[in-house]
Design a protein around this ligand. Structure first.
Ligand code: BEZ
Length: 364
């Protein structure tokens, strides 16, 4: 049996174990480290004397290839996991705990989002005044979600292209008649074609802010503006602490599962300036956020990277435990729940005369 996990769990540098005894000892150790380990089968592909199982496990989408021997029993097995984000070549894999958190554990469901998270676009609406879109402008919305705010963005006659990494959310945005495309904000493909780039409550889901900012810079015309809002340092800190504590009680290191990045104003300004943006402002502010129900709906909608590693039967118990842990801080005497959001709102300009816009000097 060969698996990148064998290198880290069994300490076997070849990544291969031989014989039942070695495999049994490996699994005993692996299950001790992760007692609630489970796999959701996605698909089974049949080959000649072999099958491939696609499944979702705690390393995200994975595949295992099993070869059958002469007596119809598995004689060889090979496990495959996604490379850490951004790593595209083969080579020694980072230990899984060092890999970037796997965003594929987060599933977006437009209906769940509409009932538990409509406040995201509602509260983001005031950001449109900062952008002040003008008729005829071409605007890119990065991380458009189900397009509720994008639709308002285009209401004044600007031409909006919306992108989101979730095919489900893009389908929801298209139902609103928007030009929405499935695209990772860290891999934008546009070249100097937008007058403005807008983003609300999306950037904190992206692991590499420098890649996002570089893509937005490329997408903007000289003089174009970048206006947005995201979670800032300290955002939902009480929720994160409660998730970490509840998973810690189950022997799971929740910090390794945390998909969110909430930069300080100083750190975010530095990233924008390093790209060449002229920063108008980066303003952090607490925004205690009233939830439509209890925090359980919020957890079901947004915290799947933490909950999906648990057995389905355990998830409900886990969520109730986190809800109860948060009740004293979040729930008032009338039963209203308010979460500890902290926002970072910003506006920046791509200068007309940035290095890439200067005519090239040719040496003779
Ligand atoms: C936010 O908008 O700040 C947020 C939403 C869901 C998860 C994490 C942060």
């Amino acid at each position: 049996m060969s698996s990148p996990a064998i290198v880290t769990i069994a300490g076997e540098p070849s990544g291969t174990l031989r014989g039942k005894a070695q495999v049994a000892a490996y699994w005993a150790k692996a299950l001790q480290a992760a007692p609630s380990l489970h796999f959701d089968l996605v698909n089974v592909l049949a080959g000649v004397n072999s099958v491939t199982l696609y499944y979702r496990g705690h390393r995200g989408l994975s595949a295992e290839v099993f070869h059958f021997g002469l007596r119809g029993k598995v004689s060889r097995a090979f496990a495959h996991y996604a490379l850490p984000s951004g790593q595209t070549e083969s080579g020694p894999l980072s230990p899984p705990s060092a890999a970037a958190p796997d965003r594929s554990r987060q599933r977006w469901d437009p209906r769940l989002y509409a009932s538990n998270a409509r406040f995201v676009s509602d509260l983001g609406a005031s950001l449109l005044d900062v952008l002040a879109p003008r008729a005829g402008e071409r605007i890119l919305d990065v991380g458009c979600g189900d397009g509720a705010l994008t639709a308002k963005l285009g209401a004044g006659g600007s031409r909006v292209v919306a992108v989101d990494a979730s095919p489900e959310m893009v389908a929801g945005a298209r139902l609103r008649g928007l030009d929405a495309r499935v695209m990772d904000g860290q891999a934008l493909i546009f070249d100097q074609e937008f007058d403005a780039v807008f983003s609300n409550a999306a950037l904190h889901w992206m692991q590499s802010l420098p890649r996002v900012i570089a893509g937005i810079w490329r997408a903007l015309k000289p003089g174009g503006r970048f206006v947005g809002e995201m979670g800032g340092a300290g955002n939902i800190a009480t929720i994160v602490a409660a998730l970490e504590a509840a998973l810690g009680r189950r022997g799971v290191d929740a910090a390794a599962l945390n998909p969110w990045c909430f930069p300080s104003a100083e750190a975010f300004r530095a990233l924008l300036e390093a790209q060449g943006f002229s920063v108008r402002f980066v303003t952090p502010f607490p925004r205690p956020t009233r939830l439509p129900g209890d925090v359980g709906g919020w957890l079901e909608t947004f915290a799947q990277p933490f909950t999906s590693i648990l057995l389905p039967a355990e998830r409900e118990r886990f969520i109730s435990e986190v809800v109860e842990a948060l009740r004293p801080a979040f729930c008032d005497a009338e039963g209203n729940w308010t979460a500890d959001y902290v926002r970072l709102r910003f506006a920046a300009i791509k200068p007309e005369a940035s290095a890439e816009n200067q005519p090239r000097r040719h040496s003779s």
